[in-house]
Design a protein around this ligand. Structure first.
Ligand SMILES: *Cc1c(COP(=O)(O)O)cnc(C)c1O
Length: 466
């Protein structure tokens, strides 16, 4: 059996195709660099899908084509071998990469590193939860000579219900990894007390869902980095139009693309975005630290297969084209709704970071701004509690007519849920106490309807109880 595969003729031919591919790639990279110098709204519309890219590789299609194809065919063995050994840029097989998803990944990376001196890269996944699992798992691997019970991770307690379950049940109870919960994330001292040299990652959600909790990202990043550990921030609710955590020191950003980024509601998807050279002192090799998202894409995600579909990516791409204007307009509408609720006599409390009496308002002002403006914008999610407890809350909720009852958010349509009996039900009372989710809270995700119609709707529903 002859196992030697390479000869010098082969090497020459391979070199030729590699150099042809890199010449083509360099042209595209120059176009992308030029696009990065444009303003945010322009990047949202075009991203990496430049006119040159359209003409060279996509028959001039004015919009990113949907590559509904499992795999890529090659001209000859040299192209195929070069692609499979990652020597030439190629997509090969849609579990690993796909051109439509690739355009989305490049676009998200461009938005998250907007106007920054460093590069970022992104990996899209089948859901927000798979993004969280795919990003955190490599950070929890067993290091050489490590005994059991030596590692921990630190997370704020008020995170998304699914994230809480992943951390508490799957990692904590099933795998025995120590989870350290930060109960008051606005207190930087509590993060500091919990993080040590065995902390594998630090995790925050900003603003959190549903309680709009935020923390001083810059300070927490410094604390994490002083211990050589990366900070991961789920910024699904803010979207890059309102906040870009990498510029404040985060190493990895998580998105559920299912939410505001793809407001249509046609897609479940997620993204992991990393800055170049994340802080990760114990990284088993340099490449993992240098370009974390690409490394995850080419190795662990290739082997596990949490990939997005090309159709899903196309819907996200369509939606991101209007991201900035949507977040701008919906934030204004949400503010008007919050101001209305605040004055209503049957409302106990309104949780919206934009309200001046919110305890985290001044911190929110520092971090949540409409990109390319000096204007503060606080997004489309708010919570409010109803006087008279859960039964009254259910009555108001049942009267909603235009606003759909759904455990969903970030839509072009307004949606509402009662978290204590839906998204946060499984966590039990103790979990809800940690997450600070009161029984009588309605979470409202404000859409792009006219603010007057949403306010009328809420006014009518509140008539159910007075
Ligand atoms: C919905 C959500 C997730 C999970 O995303 P899926 O796409 O539903 O898996 C994670 N984080 C936040 C903040 C979310 O709102």
């Amino acid at each position: 059996m002859n196992l030697v595969v390479n000869s010098s003729d082969f090497e020459t031919e391979l070199e030729r195709v590699v150099s042809e591919a890199s010449r083509k790639q360099a042209i595209w990279e120059r176009e992308i660099e030029e696009m990065k110098r444009k303003n945010f709204a322009t990047i949202c519309v075009h991203g990496a899908y430049t006119p040159g890219e359209a003409l060279r590789n996509n028959n001039g299609s004015i919009i990113e084509p949907v590559y509904s194809s499992s795999a890529q065919a090659f001209e000859n063995t040299y192209w195929l071998e070069g692609a499979l050994s990652y020597k030439i840029p190629a997509w090969v097989y849609s579990r690993i990469a796909n051109p439509t998803i690739g355009y989305l990944e490049l676009l998200i990376a461009m938005l998250e590193s907007y106007r920054q001196p460093f590069n970022a890269s992104a990996l899209c996944t089948s859901s927000g939860m798979s993004a969280i699992k795919t990003a955190t798992e490599p950070l929890l691997i067993n290091l050489k000579n490590e005994g059991t019970g030596e590692k921990n991770f630190v997370s704020m307690a008020q995170c998304y219900g699914g994230t809480f379950q992943l951390f508490n049940e799957r990692y904590g109870k099933e795998r025995g990894i120590e989870v350290r919960w930060v109960k008051d994330p606005a207190d930087a001292g509590e993060w500091e007390e919990n993080i040590d040299e065995n902390t594998r990652f630090v995790y925050g959600e900003m603003p959190s869902n549903p309680r709009q909790v935020i923390f001083d990202l810059e300070r927490v990043a410094k604390i994490a980095h002083a211990h050589g550990t990366p900070l991961i921030v789920d910024s699904t609710i803010a979207t890059p139009a309102l906040m870009r955590p990498l510029e404040h020191g985060a190493d990895i950003v998580i998105h559920s693309l299912t939410k505001s980024i793809t407001a249509s509601g046609r897609v479940v998807g997620g993204a992991i975005v990393s800055r170049q050279n994340i802080v990760w002192e114990n990284a088993p090799d340099k490449e993992m630290r240098h370009d974390f998202a690409s490394w995850v894409k080419l190795w662990p995600a290739r082997d596990a297969g949490p990939c997005m579909s090309a159709e899903g990516a196309a819907h996200c791409l369509d939606s991101i084209k209007t991201l900035r204007m949507r977040m701008d307009s919906m934030s204004r509408t949400t503010m008007a709704v919050a101001e209305f609720l605040e004055t209503h006599k049957m409302i106990e409390n309104v949780d919206y970071l934009g309200l001046e009496n919110h305890s985290l308002h001044s911190l929110a002002k520092k971090y949540l701004k409409l990109v390319d403006s000096d204007e503060n914008c606080y997004g489309q999610i708010l919570g409010f509690t109803i006087k008279g407890g859960l039964e009254n809350t259910r009555s108001v909720f049942n009267k909603l007519n235009l606003i759909m009852r759904a455990t969903d958010l970030g839509r072009i349509k307004s949606l509402a849920t009662i978290p204590s009996v839906s998204t946060h039900y499984q966590q039990g009372e103790e979990g809800r106490r940690l997450a600070k989710v009161p029984a009588n809270m309605i979470r409202l995700s404000v859409g792009a309807e006219d603010a007057r119609d949403i306010i009328d709707e809420l006014d009518n529903a509140l008539k159910a109880i007075h």
